[in-house]
Design a protein around this ligand. Sequence first.
Ligand code: NAD
Length: 328
Amino acid sequence: MTTRILVTGGAGFIGSHYVRTLLGPDGPGDVALTVLDKLTYAGNPANLDAVRAHPGFRFVQGDICDPATVRALMAEHDQVVHFAAESHVDRSIDGGDTFVHTNVLGTHTLVAAAHQAGVDTFVQISTDEVYGSIDEGSWPETHPLRPSSPYSSAKASGDLVALSYHHTHGLDVRVTRCSNNYGHHHFPEKAIPLFITHLMDGRQIPLYGDGGNVRDWLHIDDHVQGIELVRTRGRAGEVYNIGGGTELSNRELTELLLAEFGADWDTSVLPVADRKGHDRRYSVDCTKIREELGYAPRVPFAQGLADTVRWYRENRAWWEPLKARAAL
Ligand code: NAD
Protein backbone atom coordinates (compact mmCIF):
# COMPACT_ATOMS: atom_id res chain seq x y z
CA MET A 1 0.00 0.00 0.00
CA THR A 2 1.24 3.50 -0.81
CA THR A 3 2.02 5.77 2.13
CA ARG A 4 1.00 9.37 1.43
CA ILE A 5 3.55 11.71 3.01
CA LEU A 6 3.17 15.47 3.40
CA VAL A 7 6.67 17.00 3.24
CA THR A 8 6.79 20.59 4.49
CA GLY A 9 9.68 22.77 3.31
CA GLY A 10 10.44 20.30 0.52
CA ALA A 11 11.81 23.02 -1.79
CA GLY A 12 14.66 23.81 0.62
CA PHE A 13 18.11 22.25 1.00
CA ILE A 14 17.40 19.11 3.06
CA GLY A 15 13.69 18.69 2.28
CA SER A 16 14.33 18.63 -1.47
CA HIS A 17 17.07 16.05 -1.02
CA TYR A 18 14.67 13.94 1.01
CA VAL A 19 12.06 14.15 -1.78
CA ARG A 20 14.55 13.42 -4.59
CA THR A 21 15.90 10.45 -2.63
CA LEU A 22 12.54 8.89 -1.77
CA LEU A 23 11.27 9.24 -5.34
CA GLY A 24 14.62 8.21 -6.86
CA PRO A 25 15.80 4.76 -7.99
CA ASP A 26 16.91 3.79 -4.46
CA GLY A 27 13.75 5.07 -2.76
CA PRO A 28 11.28 2.80 -0.95
CA GLY A 29 8.87 2.80 -3.93
CA ASP A 30 5.72 2.68 -1.79
CA VAL A 31 5.38 6.41 -1.12
CA ALA A 32 3.60 9.38 -2.68
CA LEU A 33 4.88 12.80 -1.62
CA THR A 34 3.20 16.19 -1.46
CA VAL A 35 5.53 19.12 -0.87
CA LEU A 36 3.97 22.05 0.97
CA ASP A 37 6.33 25.02 0.68
CA LYS A 38 5.83 28.78 0.89
CA LEU A 39 8.84 29.39 -1.37
CA THR A 40 10.55 31.93 0.87
CA TYR A 41 13.97 33.20 -0.24
CA ALA A 42 15.32 29.73 0.76
CA GLY A 43 12.78 27.71 -1.21
CA ASN A 44 13.75 26.97 -4.78
CA PRO A 45 11.42 25.17 -7.23
CA ALA A 46 14.48 24.17 -9.30
CA ASN A 47 15.50 21.86 -6.42
CA LEU A 48 12.52 19.68 -7.35
CA ASP A 49 13.00 19.58 -11.14
CA ALA A 50 14.32 16.01 -10.99
CA VAL A 51 11.03 14.68 -9.57
CA ARG A 52 8.49 17.06 -11.07
CA ALA A 53 7.23 14.48 -13.59
CA HIS A 54 7.14 11.60 -11.09
CA PRO A 55 3.58 10.26 -10.68
CA GLY A 56 4.06 10.14 -6.91
CA PHE A 57 4.97 13.84 -6.65
CA ARG A 58 2.79 16.88 -6.08
CA PHE A 59 3.73 20.46 -5.20
CA VAL A 60 1.56 22.91 -3.27
CA GLN A 61 2.73 26.45 -2.67
CA GLY A 62 1.41 27.47 0.74
CA ASP A 63 2.20 28.51 4.29
CA ILE A 64 2.40 26.03 7.18
CA CYS A 65 0.94 28.82 9.37
CA ASP A 66 -2.29 28.86 7.31
CA PRO A 67 -4.78 26.53 9.06
CA ALA A 68 -7.14 26.17 6.06
CA THR A 69 -4.37 25.04 3.69
CA VAL A 70 -2.85 22.76 6.29
CA ARG A 71 -6.15 21.14 7.33
CA ALA A 72 -7.17 20.41 3.74
CA LEU A 73 -3.83 18.73 2.99
CA MET A 74 -3.63 16.84 6.25
CA ALA A 75 -6.88 15.01 5.51
CA GLU A 76 -5.26 13.48 2.40
CA HIS A 77 -2.06 12.20 4.05
CA ASP A 78 -0.94 9.35 6.29
CA GLN A 79 2.31 10.85 7.54
CA VAL A 80 4.09 14.20 7.83
CA VAL A 81 7.81 14.95 7.61
CA HIS A 82 8.18 18.53 8.75
CA PHE A 83 11.26 20.37 7.42
CA ALA A 84 9.77 23.85 6.84
CA ALA A 85 11.50 26.47 8.96
CA GLU A 86 13.38 29.70 8.97
CA SER A 87 16.83 28.15 9.26
CA HIS A 88 19.61 30.74 9.24
CA VAL A 89 21.00 31.76 12.66
CA ASP A 90 22.46 35.07 11.41
CA ARG A 91 19.08 36.14 10.03
CA SER A 92 17.46 35.28 13.39
CA ILE A 93 19.93 37.60 15.12
CA ASP A 94 18.90 40.42 12.76
CA GLY A 95 15.21 39.76 13.54
CA GLY A 96 13.43 36.85 15.21
CA ASP A 97 9.77 37.47 14.31
CA THR A 98 9.50 35.16 11.30
CA PHE A 99 11.47 32.51 13.19
CA VAL A 100 8.97 32.38 16.02
CA HIS A 101 6.06 32.62 13.59
CA THR A 102 7.15 29.79 11.29
CA ASN A 103 9.07 27.52 13.63
CA VAL A 104 6.64 27.69 16.56
CA LEU A 105 3.20 28.76 15.27
CA GLY A 106 3.70 26.89 11.98
CA THR A 107 4.64 23.70 13.83
CA HIS A 108 1.60 24.07 16.07
CA THR A 109 -0.69 24.59 13.08
CA LEU A 110 0.66 21.35 11.59
CA VAL A 111 0.46 19.14 14.68
CA ALA A 112 -3.00 20.42 15.59
CA ALA A 113 -4.25 19.60 12.08
CA ALA A 114 -2.43 16.24 12.12
CA HIS A 115 -4.17 15.33 15.36
CA GLN A 116 -7.56 16.44 14.02
CA ALA A 117 -7.10 14.47 10.78
CA GLY A 118 -5.87 11.32 12.55
CA VAL A 119 -2.48 11.28 10.81
CA ASP A 120 -0.45 8.14 11.63
CA THR A 121 3.04 9.60 12.14
CA PHE A 122 4.50 13.12 12.44
CA VAL A 123 8.28 13.49 12.10
CA GLN A 124 9.58 16.80 13.41
CA ILE A 125 12.97 17.66 11.86
CA SER A 126 14.94 19.58 14.46
CA THR A 127 18.51 20.51 15.22
CA ASP A 128 21.32 19.82 17.69
CA GLU A 129 21.37 23.58 18.33
CA VAL A 130 18.41 23.18 20.72
CA TYR A 131 20.83 21.76 23.33
CA GLY A 132 22.94 24.93 23.41
CA SER A 133 26.73 24.66 23.55
CA ILE A 134 28.88 21.92 25.09
CA ASP A 135 32.62 22.22 25.87
CA GLU A 136 33.31 18.49 26.36
CA GLY A 137 31.48 15.22 25.74
CA SER A 138 28.27 14.82 23.72
CA TRP A 139 24.57 15.36 24.41
CA PRO A 140 22.23 12.41 24.73
CA GLU A 141 18.57 13.09 23.84
CA THR A 142 17.76 13.50 27.55
CA HIS A 143 20.02 16.56 27.90
CA PRO A 144 18.16 19.73 28.93
CA LEU A 145 17.34 22.18 26.14
CA ARG A 146 19.39 25.38 26.46
CA PRO A 147 19.11 27.05 23.05
CA SER A 148 21.07 30.29 22.57
CA SER A 149 19.82 32.00 19.40
CA PRO A 150 16.34 33.11 18.34
CA TYR A 151 16.61 30.38 15.65
CA SER A 152 17.43 27.54 18.02
CA SER A 153 15.01 28.70 20.72
CA ALA A 154 12.19 28.76 18.16
CA LYS A 155 13.18 25.26 16.99
CA ALA A 156 13.25 24.02 20.62
CA SER A 157 9.81 25.54 21.17
CA GLY A 158 8.54 23.78 18.05
CA ASP A 159 9.89 20.46 19.35
CA LEU A 160 8.10 20.93 22.68
CA VAL A 161 4.83 21.91 21.02
CA ALA A 162 5.03 18.85 18.75
CA LEU A 163 5.87 16.49 21.63
CA SER A 164 3.01 17.94 23.69
CA TYR A 165 0.61 16.57 21.07
CA HIS A 166 2.04 13.13 21.77
CA HIS A 167 1.74 13.47 25.55
CA THR A 168 -1.68 15.11 25.49
CA HIS A 169 -3.40 13.59 22.47
CA GLY A 170 -1.42 10.45 21.70
CA LEU A 171 -0.31 11.74 18.26
CA ASP A 172 2.68 9.66 17.06
CA VAL A 173 5.30 12.42 17.07
CA ARG A 174 8.99 11.55 16.51
CA VAL A 175 11.67 14.24 16.72
CA THR A 176 15.06 14.10 14.98
CA ARG A 177 17.90 16.40 16.06
CA CYS A 178 20.72 16.47 13.55
CA SER A 179 24.06 18.21 13.37
CA ASN A 180 25.24 20.60 10.62
CA ASN A 181 24.28 19.27 7.18
CA TYR A 182 26.40 19.72 4.08
CA GLY A 183 26.04 18.73 0.45
CA HIS A 184 24.73 19.96 -2.91
CA HIS A 185 21.78 22.40 -3.28
CA HIS A 186 22.77 24.18 -0.04
CA PHE A 187 21.71 27.84 -0.07
CA PRO A 188 24.92 29.88 -0.49
CA GLU A 189 24.44 31.99 2.65
CA LYS A 190 25.57 28.99 4.77
CA ALA A 191 29.28 28.53 5.57
CA ILE A 192 30.34 25.65 3.28
CA PRO A 193 28.60 26.80 0.07
CA LEU A 194 29.48 30.45 0.81
CA PHE A 195 33.16 29.57 1.22
CA ILE A 196 33.22 27.33 -1.87
CA THR A 197 31.55 29.87 -4.14
CA HIS A 198 33.65 32.77 -2.80
CA LEU A 199 36.83 30.75 -3.42
CA MET A 200 35.63 29.90 -6.93
CA ASP A 201 35.39 33.63 -7.62
CA GLY A 202 38.73 34.46 -5.97
CA ARG A 203 37.02 36.29 -3.10
CA GLN A 204 38.11 36.26 0.55
CA ILE A 205 36.09 34.05 2.90
CA PRO A 206 34.83 35.59 6.16
CA LEU A 207 35.84 33.62 9.27
CA TYR A 208 34.05 34.39 12.53
CA GLY A 209 36.15 35.26 15.60
CA ASP A 210 39.11 32.97 16.29
CA GLY A 211 37.71 30.18 14.07
CA GLY A 212 37.63 27.85 17.08
CA ASN A 213 33.90 27.07 17.02
CA VAL A 214 33.37 23.34 16.54
CA ARG A 215 30.59 21.66 14.56
CA ASP A 216 29.80 18.05 13.67
CA TRP A 217 29.23 17.66 9.91
CA LEU A 218 26.53 15.37 8.51
CA HIS A 219 26.19 14.61 4.79
CA ILE A 220 22.62 15.03 3.49
CA ASP A 221 22.56 11.38 2.31
CA ASP A 222 23.24 10.24 5.87
CA HIS A 223 20.66 12.65 7.24
CA VAL A 224 18.02 11.19 4.91
CA GLN A 225 19.08 7.69 5.98
CA GLY A 226 18.52 8.67 9.63
CA ILE A 227 15.16 10.33 8.98
CA GLU A 228 13.92 7.25 7.12
CA LEU A 229 14.96 4.95 9.95
CA VAL A 230 13.04 7.13 12.39
CA ARG A 231 9.98 7.48 10.12
CA THR A 232 9.70 3.77 9.40
CA ARG A 233 11.01 2.14 12.60
CA GLY A 234 11.26 4.79 15.30
CA ARG A 235 9.01 4.97 18.33
CA ALA A 236 6.20 7.43 19.11
CA GLY A 237 7.11 10.27 21.46
CA GLU A 238 10.85 9.67 21.11
CA VAL A 239 13.72 12.00 20.18
CA TYR A 240 16.62 10.72 18.04
CA ASN A 241 19.94 12.53 17.55
CA ILE A 242 21.54 12.16 14.09
CA GLY A 243 25.22 13.00 13.61
CA GLY A 244 27.88 12.61 10.95
CA GLY A 245 30.84 11.74 13.20
CA THR A 246 33.16 14.47 11.88
CA GLU A 247 33.80 17.28 14.35
CA LEU A 248 35.83 20.16 12.97
CA SER A 249 36.61 23.67 14.12
CA ASN A 250 35.73 26.35 11.56
CA ARG A 251 39.47 26.90 11.21
CA GLU A 252 40.00 23.22 10.29
CA LEU A 253 37.07 23.30 7.87
CA THR A 254 38.49 26.44 6.26
CA GLU A 255 41.90 24.77 5.84
CA LEU A 256 40.29 21.78 4.09
CA LEU A 257 38.42 24.05 1.70
CA LEU A 258 41.50 26.17 0.98
CA ALA A 259 43.33 22.92 0.10
CA GLU A 260 40.56 22.00 -2.39
CA PHE A 261 41.27 25.26 -4.22
CA GLY A 262 45.03 25.43 -3.68
CA ALA A 263 44.44 28.77 -1.94
CA ASP A 264 46.47 30.10 0.97
CA TRP A 265 45.27 31.39 4.31
CA ASP A 266 46.77 34.89 4.25
CA THR A 267 45.29 35.98 0.93
CA SER A 268 41.99 34.08 1.07
CA VAL A 269 40.72 34.37 4.67
CA LEU A 270 39.18 37.52 6.12
CA PRO A 271 38.79 37.39 9.93
CA VAL A 272 35.52 39.09 10.94
CA ALA A 273 33.91 39.95 14.30
CA ASP A 274 32.38 36.90 15.97
CA ARG A 275 28.66 36.14 15.65
CA LYS A 276 26.69 37.47 18.65
CA GLY A 277 26.03 34.71 21.20
CA HIS A 278 28.03 32.25 19.08
CA ASP A 279 27.79 28.70 20.49
CA ARG A 280 31.30 27.29 20.90
CA ARG A 281 30.72 23.60 20.24
CA TYR A 282 27.92 21.21 19.30
CA SER A 283 28.25 17.45 19.71
CA VAL A 284 25.46 14.88 19.48
CA ASP A 285 25.58 11.45 21.11
CA CYS A 286 24.09 9.08 18.49
CA THR A 287 24.07 5.91 20.62
CA LYS A 288 20.27 5.71 20.65
CA ILE A 289 19.67 5.77 16.88
CA ARG A 290 22.68 3.50 16.31
CA GLU A 291 21.66 0.83 18.83
CA GLU A 292 17.89 1.02 18.33
CA LEU A 293 17.63 1.58 14.56
CA GLY A 294 21.05 0.54 13.17
CA TYR A 295 22.03 4.03 11.96
CA ALA A 296 25.63 4.59 10.86
CA PRO A 297 26.89 7.50 8.74
CA ARG A 298 28.28 6.19 5.43
CA VAL A 299 29.74 9.21 3.61
CA PRO A 300 33.38 9.90 4.60
CA PHE A 301 33.76 13.66 5.10
CA ALA A 302 36.68 14.03 2.66
CA GLN A 303 34.66 12.38 -0.11
CA GLY A 304 31.46 14.28 0.71
CA LEU A 305 33.29 17.60 0.75
CA ALA A 306 35.08 16.91 -2.56
CA ASP A 307 31.73 15.91 -4.16
CA THR A 308 30.13 19.08 -2.82
CA VAL A 309 32.93 21.27 -4.21
CA ARG A 310 32.56 19.52 -7.60
CA TRP A 311 28.78 20.12 -7.61
CA TYR A 312 29.20 23.86 -7.00
CA ARG A 313 31.86 24.02 -9.72
CA GLU A 314 29.45 22.35 -12.17
CA ASN A 315 26.31 24.23 -11.15
CA ARG A 316 27.15 27.93 -11.21
CA ALA A 317 23.79 28.58 -12.90
CA TRP A 318 22.05 27.29 -9.74
CA TRP A 319 23.89 29.39 -7.12
CA GLU A 320 24.98 32.56 -8.90
CA PRO A 321 21.48 34.14 -9.11
CA LEU A 322 20.81 33.20 -5.47
CA LYS A 323 23.96 34.98 -4.31
CA ALA A 324 23.17 38.02 -6.46
CA ARG A 325 19.61 38.23 -5.12
CA ALA A 326 20.71 37.88 -1.48
CA ALA A 327 23.66 40.28 -2.01
CA LEU A 328 26.11 37.69 -0.67
P1 NAD B 1 16.13 25.73 4.17
O1 NAD B 1 16.14 27.11 4.74
O2 NAD B 1 17.05 25.38 3.06
O3 NAD B 1 14.66 25.36 3.68
C1 NAD B 1 13.51 25.71 4.41
C2 NAD B 1 12.30 25.52 3.49
O4 NAD B 1 11.12 25.83 4.24
C3 NAD B 1 12.32 26.46 2.27
O5 NAD B 1 11.98 25.74 1.11
C4 NAD B 1 11.25 27.49 2.61
O6 NAD B 1 10.61 28.03 1.45
C5 NAD B 1 10.29 26.66 3.46
N1 NAD B 1 9.48 27.48 4.36
C6 NAD B 1 9.92 28.45 5.21
N2 NAD B 1 8.86 28.99 5.86
C7 NAD B 1 7.76 28.33 5.43
C8 NAD B 1 6.37 28.42 5.76
N3 NAD B 1 5.92 29.33 6.64
N4 NAD B 1 5.49 27.59 5.15
C9 NAD B 1 5.94 26.68 4.22
N5 NAD B 1 7.24 26.56 3.88
C10 NAD B 1 8.14 27.37 4.48
O7 NAD B 1 16.36 24.76 5.43
P2 NAD B 1 17.16 23.37 5.51
O8 NAD B 1 18.58 23.66 5.74
O9 NAD B 1 16.73 22.50 4.40
O10 NAD B 1 16.57 22.81 6.88
C11 NAD B 1 15.42 21.99 6.91
C12 NAD B 1 15.09 21.67 8.35
O11 NAD B 1 16.21 21.02 8.95
C13 NAD B 1 14.80 22.89 9.21
O12 NAD B 1 13.72 22.59 10.06
C14 NAD B 1 16.07 23.12 9.99
O13 NAD B 1 15.81 23.71 11.25
C15 NAD B 1 16.57 21.70 10.14
N6 NAD B 1 18.04 21.60 10.29
C16 NAD B 1 18.87 22.04 9.32
C17 NAD B 1 20.24 21.90 9.48
C18 NAD B 1 21.22 22.33 8.42
O14 NAD B 1 22.44 22.15 8.61
N7 NAD B 1 20.78 22.88 7.29
C19 NAD B 1 20.76 21.33 10.64
C20 NAD B 1 19.88 20.90 11.61
C21 NAD B 1 18.51 21.02 11.42
